[in-house]
Design a protein around this ligand. Structure first.
Ligand code: SAM
Ligand code: SF4
Length: 439
């Protein structure tokens, strides 16, 4: 979501005549688009602002902007701690960015941290980092109140974009050479619940959205993130199974394998229900890859709770996992829970989880050895080779000269926990499959 918003910030500035620079000292405007999900993001912002201060002193025309979730959370504190910041622009106020910069030039420091999104950031011009893959926001905000999470406080309640607007964006992207879109929402399963469509009640329309996007000509791959296990529904499984362009990969955040901890997190599914979704999805979509999010050291997590997480991880056999050490966030319920877990205990559990997951990731990837996979080229990988991605979201490295946006078949030769090594199928062995270079 931050990358999506950063593309909009770049779009607004470019439309106003600014050009990018690699040198902070040359910049007329420096924008920090911030994240507040864990504490280290806070620390990093204030460190960066401190480093920028001498440049601002040497170049008083430089405007420093702090945008994003931390701007929404810290508000006036930012300019109190770093009075050389010119503009603080919250998550709902992005469309006013240029106006705020102009006002800062004339009147001094500005702040807009309004509480309601009137114009979706998606409606703003964008400068995308990638010509072939794009983020598409389907909703902003979240109606849940997971006790660890700051998102609802800084992004507000869920607001879905009308289906027609999303489709128009995707059609425009496909026409401009984009071959892969990732639909973004904090809880994509509840997409549309807040849209009042006469006669439709407040049902989720996510499966309908997937099917509509699947019909867009020119698109080759559709991804989405994140579905919440509590709101998951069988019609979404059917849509994944039936829609040709929807990729065989699902990011399905577990958070914890202990029912006691899930309850304390206010995540209203239980480990058995979670696992039964995993089984059903695998049955309907053979070969689908799973990734997940897991928090270690949530307040009150015991060794037994943690073993519950390891048990679910072993059973679910995720292809990959984003693992996080619990970080107390101001304003969230869990931050005031008394039984915070000591840092060294969290670290020890975190390391154990990582070891288990690395083993499983490697085992899952080994199943690819010897197989031919369709890869979308993303760019130059390490050691000068080519980096691409399978439909199942596996990163593949291989020797070649293919340009980003190209699709080709690659034989996987060797698996690592986080990537695969392969070699392109020679042109004479592609059995008539055309090498498609997009854009
Ligand atoms: N909406 C998504 C969901 O419900 O799964 C999560 C979005 S959140 C931006 C991404 C991930 O950050 C979460 O799934 C969670 O694992 C992690 N996270 C959120 N708050 C956290 C906290 N206070 N400490 C550690 N990890 C956190
Ligand atoms: Fe945060 Fe996701 Fe829970 Fe919403 S559903 S509160 S974004 S973790």
């Amino acid at each position: 979501m931050n990358e999506h918003d950063s593309e909009r910030i770049a779009g607004l500035l470019t439309a106003d005549g600014y050009v990018p620079t690699e040198e902070a000292a040359d910049a007329e405007v420096v924008v920090f688009n911030t994240c507040a999900i864990r504490e280290n993001a806070d620390n990093r912002l204030y460190g960066q602002l401190g480093r920028l201060r001498p440049l601002k002193m040497a170049n008083p025309r430089m405007r420093i902007v702090v945008a994003g979730c931390l701007a929404q959370k810290d508000r006036g504190l930012i300019q109190r701690r770093a009075p050389w910041v010119d503009v603080v622009v919250g998550t709902h106020a992005l469309p006013s960015l240029l106006e705020l910069i102009r006002r800062a030039e004339a009147e001094g420091p500005q702040m807009d941290v309004r509480e309601y999104t009137e114009i979706f950031p998606s409606a703003l011009p964008a400068v995308r980092g990638d010509r072939h893959r794009a983020w598409v926001s389907v909703s902003v905000g979240c109606d849940n109140r997971c006790t660890f999470c700051i998102v609802p406080l800084v992004r507000g309640p869920q607001r879905s974009r009308p289906l027609g607007e999303i489709l128009a964006e995707v059609q425009g992207l496909a026409a401009s050479g984009v071959v892969e879109v990732t639909l973004l929402g904090q809880n994509v399963n509840t997409y549309g619940r807040d849209l009042t469509v006469p006669g439709s009640g407040s049902r989720s329309r996510f499966a309908e959205l997937l099917r509509a996007v699947d019909g867009v000509e020119g698109l080759r791959r559709i991804r989405f993130t994140s579905p919440h296990p509590h709101d998951f529904t069988p019609d979404v499984i059917d849509a994944i199974a039936e829609c040709e362009r929807v990729c065989e990969h699902i990011h399905f955040p577990l958070q914890s394998g202990s029912d006691r901890v899930l309850r304390a997190m206010r995540r209203s599914y239980r480990s058995e229900r979670y696992l039964s979704w995993v089984r059903r999805i695998r049955e309907a979509v053979p070969g689908i890859a799973f990734s997940t999010d897991i928090i270690v050291g949530f307040p009150g997590e015991t060794e037994e709770d943690f073993r519950g997480t390891l048990r679910v991880v072993e059973e679910a056999r995720f292809d990959s996992a984003y693992t996080f050490q619990y970080s107390p966030r101001p304003g969230t319920a869990a931050a005031s829970f008394e039984d915070q877990v000591p840092k060294e205990v969290v670290q020890e559990r975190f390391d154990r989880l990582l070891t288990v997951q690395e083993r499983i990731s490697l085992e899952r990837n080994r199943a690819y050895e010897g197989r031919t996979v369709e890869v979308l080229v993303e760019g130059t990988g390490r050691k000068g080779g080519v980096q691409g991605r399978t439909r199942t979201n596996k990163v593949v490295h291989f020797e070649g000269t293919e340009a980003p946006g190209a699709f080709l078949d690659v034989v996987v030769e060797r698996a690592h926990p986080h990537h695969l090594l392969g070699r392109p199928v020679p042109a004479w062995d592609r059995r008539g499959r055309a090498l498609v270079a997009a854009g």
